[in-house]
Design a protein around this ligand. Structure first.
Ligand SMILES: Cc1ncc(C[n+]2csc(CCOP(=O)(O)OP(=O)(O)O)c2C)c(N)n1
Length: 202
């Protein structure tokens, strides 16, 4: 199904795997990346395995809360959360909590395809009137922006890698289906991630 959501902003419709690959390509300091349920973590997997990736398999809305916890536990490590629009809508309260605690090392990215793609492409509220950047700013995340195009997305990622967060980036994406899926091995995912962020011996 195409993402035919009404135009609430000027951002180009982009591709989740392409943007995820651009993000991962910029990570040189063992930054942690938390992929949300379904397509967000599938395309994080498809962008290439990293020991510092955590793939959320079962529950919607937990990428940002998990990333928030990692960011607080390891303030020297930059942490990214990748979440689908439907999943973030289920857990909007986390934005207000994150804004109030304001970890400098945290970036939340929402992939807005305006649908619950993986369960049948039902429309989300962002196919209607909801605007994620307005929501994030209203929650108190002042450094929030739509990525206007791929170059703008890269510029925003560069800013998150150089300066103090928290940051919130929204990207309008198409309805492409990920080529492959993260293996359903939750214990291995957890153990690899714990080793990757140096809280479990290699
Ligand atoms: C708490 C919870 N409710 C419902 C589901 C079923 N479910 C799994 S993925 C999904 C849709 C996710 O939509 P979105 O986050 O927008 O990602 P997309 O599939 O569009 O990439 C749903 C409804 C679930 N796994 N967990």
């Amino acid at each position: 199904m195409a993402n035919d959501a009404p135009f609430k902003h000027n951002s180009k419709m982009m591709n989740r795997l392409d943007l995820t690959t651009r993000l991962v390509g910029k990570l040189k300091n063992d930054e942690a990346v938390i992929g949300g349920i379904g397509n967000s973590n599938f395309d994080l997997w498809n962008a290439g395995p990293r020991a510092q990736n955590f793939y959320m398999l079962g529950s919607m809305g937990l990428a940002a809360p998990i990333a928030f916890g990692v960011a607080l536990a390891q303030p020297q490590r930059r942490v990214f959360a990748l979440e689908g629009d439907g999943s973030l809508l289920m857990q909007l309260g986390c934005l207000a909590t994150i804004a109030n605690v304001a970890p400098k090392n945290l970036t939340i990215i929402v992939w807005d395809n305006a649908m619950y793609q993986i369960t049948g492409s039902q429309k989300t509220a962002s196919a209607g009137k909801a605007d994620f950047v307005e929501i994030a700013r209203g929650a108190g995340l002042a450094q929030s922006a739509w990525a206007n195009d791929e170059a703008d997305f890269e510029r925003l990622i560069d800013a998150t890698l150089a300066g103090d967060g928290p940051w919130f980036i929204a990207a309008r994406i198409d309805g492409s289906t990920p080529k492959g899926q993260t293996p359903r091995e939750p214990v291995a995912i957890k153990d690899n991630f714990m080793r990757g962020i140096a809280i479990k011996p290699a």
